[in-house]
Write a protein that binds this ligand. Structure first.
Ligand SMILES: *[C@@H]1O[C@H](CO)[C@@H](O)[C@H](O)[C@H]1NC(C)=O
Ligand SMILES: *[C@@H]1O[C@H](CO)[C@@H](O)[C@H](O)[C@H]1NC(C)=O
Length: 308
């Protein structure tokens, strides 16, 4: 098991810090009602490989040599806090990719991505994230997780409002993409997006850059999804469900931003679990880093000690 948990700084202090964080998170977690996959999603591909179970409470996606499978939300959203619990492919999942993302349509689409790249048994999953604005992505950040994502369900959330996009894993912020339109950087705010999830084969690039291939003798590969929750503005007939009475008291997520406690958590994740950051890849940008990379997204005043 130890090889599933990689830290660059594994010491007692880190463990203690993490246990404290768990306590805080545990006490803050709200009771969430179960979503219903029959009501909220359409199965879009996979020819029977996607299955809704338990009266809509559970959905499974399967992948075999012939095909993967996928779903999309019935609703389109323009801003919201989108949550989904996922249990990923166990064992040898090398070559498989579980995608969970928001996307609009067309050549200048916006997109907010979580992708979970499988691995050989005992080697860590890689969480790949990206943000596309007006058709342009290339903003990859990758992370290892601090738990085994195949042993149980965990909550993966995307907060998207006019000020910011925040990726969360079990309530821990792992990535922030701020609205920096004032500096000429496009931000997704005019195109409604659907929620998508799929399981597919990507052994041409996913695991160790494509070196490790999918072991089809293990197929079918399966993931499980539950507790979809969209605290979100539904976009319908060119109107937002939020346009009347969208006060921040009834929709706190519309104005939510990274507070100082969350900024400390973000820093902790990024220092210990971030594997790749396009903003730190100077070699890739000989002409200079992308403009959003030169603006701090965390509050630098928060020293590590403020975690205690
Ligand atoms: C798989 O495991 C290897 C070895 O630990 C690691 O380098 C790699 O980042 C992991 N993830 C992927 C998707 O290759
Ligand atoms: C909230 O309402 C105001 C005025 O009613 C409107 O200008 C604004 O666009 C709305 N925000 C969202 C996110 O719908």
């Amino acid at each position: 098991m130890a090889s599933c948990f990689r830290t660059t700084k594994s010491n007692d202090k880190l463990v203690l810090e993490f246990l404290l964080l768990l306590l805080v998170l545990g006490s803050c977690s709200t009771l969430s009602f179960a979503g219903n996959f029959n009501r909220d999603f359409d199965i879009t591909w996979g020819d029977g490989r996607a299955k809704v179970l338990n009266n809509g409470k559970l959905l499974t996606l399967a992948l075999d040599k012939a095909s993967g499978s996928g779903i999309q939300s019935k609703n389109e959203y323009l801003f919201g806090k989108i949550e989904l619990q996922l249990k990923l492919v166990p064992g040898n999942s090398a070559g498989t990719v579980t995608a969970y993302y928001l996307s609009s349509q067309g050549p200048t689409h916006d997109e907010i991505d979580f992708e979970f790249l499988g691995n050989l048994s005992g080697d860590p999953y890689l969480v790949h994230t990206n943000v596309y604005t007006q058709g342009k992505g290339d903003r990859e950040q990758q992370f290892y997780l601090w738990f085994d994502p195949t042993a149980d369900f965990h909550t993966y959330s995307i907060l998207w409002n006019p000020q910011t996009i925040i990726f969360y894993v079990d309530g821990m912020p792992i990535r922030v993409f701020k609205n920096l339109e004032s500096r000429g950087i496009p931000f997704p705010k005019n195109q409604a997006m659907r929620v998508y999830s799929s399981l597919w084969n990507a052994d041409d690039w996913a695991t160790r850059g494509g070196l490790v291939k999918t072991d089809w003798s293990q197929a079918p590969f399966t993931i499980s999804l539950r507790n979809f929750r969209a605290n979100a503005c539904v976009w319908k007939s060119a109107q937002s469900s939020c346009s009347a009475g969208n006060s921040s008291s009834t929709k706190p997520w519309l104005s939510e931003e990274l507070d100082s406690a969350s900024a400390s958590r973000l820093k902790w994740v990024q220092e210990n679990y971030m594997v790749y950051n396009y903003c730190a890849d100077a070699k890739r940008y000989p002409q200079g880093l992308p403009p959003e990379c030169t603006v701090s997204t965390t509050n630098d005043k928060n020293k590590k000690t403020s975690n205690q």
